[in-house]
Write a protein that binds this ligand. Sequence first.
Ligand code: AMP
Ligand code: ZN
Length: 117
Amino acid sequence: AMHQEKDCLFCRIARGEVPSRKVYEDDDLVAFHDINPAAPVHFLVIPRAHLVNLYDADESQAPLLGRLFGVIGRLAREQGCNDGFRVVVNNGRVGRQEVYHLHIHIMGGPEPLRSGR
Ligand code: AMP
Ligand code: ZN
């Protein structure tokens, strides 16, 4: 839509227009705690750029996507995921994506994850 970036929740969080508990931010990326955590530590990492999901990504975004994955390990450790963590990216209807701005879930914490496979 024409006003996608204007109205997108995660674009608004990235711009600071909607409050969030930020974990990290730089020129390209923002990380913030999930408002409805599914694990003792659960935060999201997003590109500031509005990519809808991985259907919207191609090799031209490889440097950005590389940076995105490149900060996760450090942030996970800083947030207390010292014994492993899970990374999830939900895409589209079948992936049960709720917010249509690409985001990576990082889920872990000091305790073992109970829910899951
Ligand atoms: P999904 O699109 O299925 O990967 O899920 C979107 C995630 O965003 C869910 O885990 C929500 O709890 C989370 N979420 C929704 N609104 C906010 C918000 N305002 N701040 C932080 N997390 C949010
Ligand atoms: Zn957006």
